[in-house]
Design a protein around this ligand. Structure first.
Ligand SMILES: Cc1cc2nc3c(=O)[nH]c(=O)nc-3n(C[C@H](O)[C@H](O)[C@H](O)COP(=O)(O)O)c2cc1C
Length: 214
């Protein structure tokens, strides 16, 4: 049975979403569009309705360059841990589009948001962090629907990014998202295209009743 058109449209966005790095055009995002994708992020589910996210919008070229240089240092640190084929393959992969996108959205997690007793976080403290990830995914899908690209950058030290955007000590910088117009969305993830790693078949991660014994 085929999905109704509106459902098919959602699946289409989910499957078209790509991490983008080299495709950014640098064209500025219309403010209404940016507002819509941030509103989509803010509509995410959150443990105890804590809404523990913050979004710092970074456009200043000097801040983008400073962050890109830090990421380049972390890239070198990771590259030094590789050898042989892994090192050669990694060398071909672009891991960020910080300056090209023209906009960085730094997503923060504030564990104090909503007070000391968050409904649903008493046993699993990470549930706060999970909520922020839900917001990021909403933003990513909304951006895809709007024809924008998003690239998640995690090659950074949290204390560096916290200081760069002035986040207080208790707020955790969870992601730097490069967000911008793109010439196109790649059909195949870069990591797959360069032979770093491929998506595994669904059947390898779906289990019946119990986790499979090794
Ligand atoms: C938590 C997280 C951190 C990531 N960090 C980076 C990164 O630092 N640089 C990068 O190029 N891609 C990064 N990615 C993107 C992944 O490489 C990408 O999602 C994966 O290769 C699958 O490709 P797709 O998102 O296009 O489906 C990150 C993704 C996630 C979810």
């Amino acid at each position: 049975m085929n999905a109704p058109p509106s459902v098919a449209a959602l699946y289409d966005i989910i499957h078209r979403r790509r991490d983008t790095r080299r495709e950014f055009t640098g064209a500025p995002i219309e403010s209404e569009v940016l507002e819509r994708i941030l509103a989509a992020a803010h509509a995410a589910p959150s443990v105890g309705m804590s809404q523990p996210w913050d979004f710092v919008l970074v456009r200043a070229p000097e801040t983008l360059v400073t962050f890109r240089e830090h990421v380049a240092t972390e890239r070198r640190a990771f590259a030094e841990t590789l050898d042989g084929e892994r090192a050669e393959t990694f060398a071909k992969i672009k891991i960020e589009g910080i300056c090209e996108s023209g906009l960085g959205v730094v997503v923060g997690y504030d564990p104090t948001r909503g007070g000391p007793r968050i409904l649903g976080r008493h046993a699993i403290d990470d549930a706060g962090l999970y909520s922020v990830i839900c917001a990021i995914q909403n933003l990513w899908l909304a951006a895809t629907a709007e024809g924008l690209g998003v690239g998640w950058v995690s090659f950074y030290r949290e204390e560096f990014l916290r200081a760069l955007v002035g986040m207080p000590e208790h707020v955790r910088p969870v992601a730097w998202l490069c967000v911008g117009h793109v010439a196109e969305l790649p059909e195949v993830p870069d990591l797959e295209r360069y032979g770093w790693r491929s998506r595994t078949p669904l059947s390898t991660v779906v289990h019946q009743e119990r986790y499979p014994s090794r």
